[in-house]
Design a protein around this ligand. Structure first.
Ligand code: ADE
Length: 313
């Protein structure tokens, strides 16, 4: 019999080589917070071997020391990050403070991404959006945003997800709020704590006991609670829609679980956003096929986007 996801995480080892001394971390301002967890900016001394080297990092921790479920979820996320290894297009692990676990304190130290999450970035830069037809030479420098940036992020996210899929790790919550932007226009998939994750407030609707990101969920996840790499592909389609609408909330006007499911079952899907090239619109629609097997893989989408990127240079 196959092990359940929770059991698999349980037996993943913690590698002591990731241990980082608590006294070499200086906590700073809060970067983000959800129901159970928070992320804080911090300075870490000697992360990469050298003693003097001070690096800005992000530290994930739980809000309340009494919430054992939240602590277990963070332990799972840490173990998954160790198992993953590393990739340019995911937020990578730098270290962890687990010696403090006796008093239910755990720090998970990850890469700091200077430009924050993609959803906020898109919304904050709507007024700096430039159509490539007007100026084809605009490059990413954190100020002006062009269609080329949107396509580049879409490609990089597909790459990060292809890496997760190759490691058989489901994301379960792929959305623009869970993509972070680092220097040089690098996009990184974050928060792949998946099934036992700490859901952030706002975009989640109560469904049974759990808060679920319903507008990003595949039809089979909504109706039968089935999650797979192919349901991550559905979410990627919604994420593409978010990117090319510059951060709009999906299915505007559609509220409520039952209403959404009914519309999706009737075949309703969102239109191609105005800023999206036709091929992006086609990828988007193919992500939302009823049959999960008919949806493209992340590597196929990577291929599709990169071939189009080449042909427009
Ligand atoms: N907000 C949440 N996680 C972050 C990170 N790793 N870098 C920057 N901002 C963040």
């Amino acid at each position: 019999d196959d092990l359940s996801l929770d059991d698999q995480i349980e037996i993943l080892p913690y590698d002591r080589r990731w241990e980082f001394p608590r006294n070499r971390i200086k906590l700073g301002v809060q970067l983000g917070a959800g129901c159970f967890g928070r992320v804080v900016k911090a300075e870490a001394v000697g992360v990469k071997d050298s003693e003097e080297n001070v690096q800005t990092v992000a530290v994930k921790m739980i809000k309340s020391q009494t919430n054992v479920a939240a602590l277990e979820a963070l332990v799972s996320e840490l173990k998954i990050m160790i198992y993953l290894g590393g990739h340019l297009n995911i937020v990578n692990l730098l270290g962890a403070c687990t010696k403090t676990l006796v008093r239910r304190e755990l720090f998970v130290i990850v890469e700091y991404c200077r430009f924050g999450n993609l959803q906020s970035y898109l919304i904050n830069h709507r007024n700096n959006f430039e159509d490539p037809l007007e100026d084809p030479d605009t490059k990413f420098h954190g100020l002006i945003m062009s269609t080329a940036d949107l396509i580049s992020w879409s490609f990089q996210i597909a790459r990060g997800m292809d890496y997760l899929a190759s490691k058989k790790v489901l994301h379960g919550d792929l959305a623009a709020r869970n993509v972070l932007l680092a220097d040089d226009g690098v996009a990184k998939v974050a928060d792949f704590g998946m099934s036992r994750k700490m859901y952030y407030e706002g975009n989640y609707k109560q469904s049974g006991q759990k808060l679920m990101p319903i507008k990003w969920m595949a039809i089979e996840s909504l109706t039968d609670r089935i999650f797979s790499t192919q349901s991550d592909v559905w979410s990627y389609g919604v994420l593409l829609w978010e990117i090319f609408t510059l951060g709009k909330v999906p299915y505007p006007g559609l509220e409520g679980n039952h209403q959404l499911v009914r519309q999706l079952e009737k075949g309703y899907r969102m239109d191609k956003p105005d800023f999206a090239p036709n091929y992006i619109g086609e990828i988007m629609s193919s992500c939302w096929k009823i049959d999960p097997k008919e949806r493209p893989s992340f590597s196929e989408m990577e291929e599709m986007i990169s071939s189009q990127m080449e042909s427009t240079v």
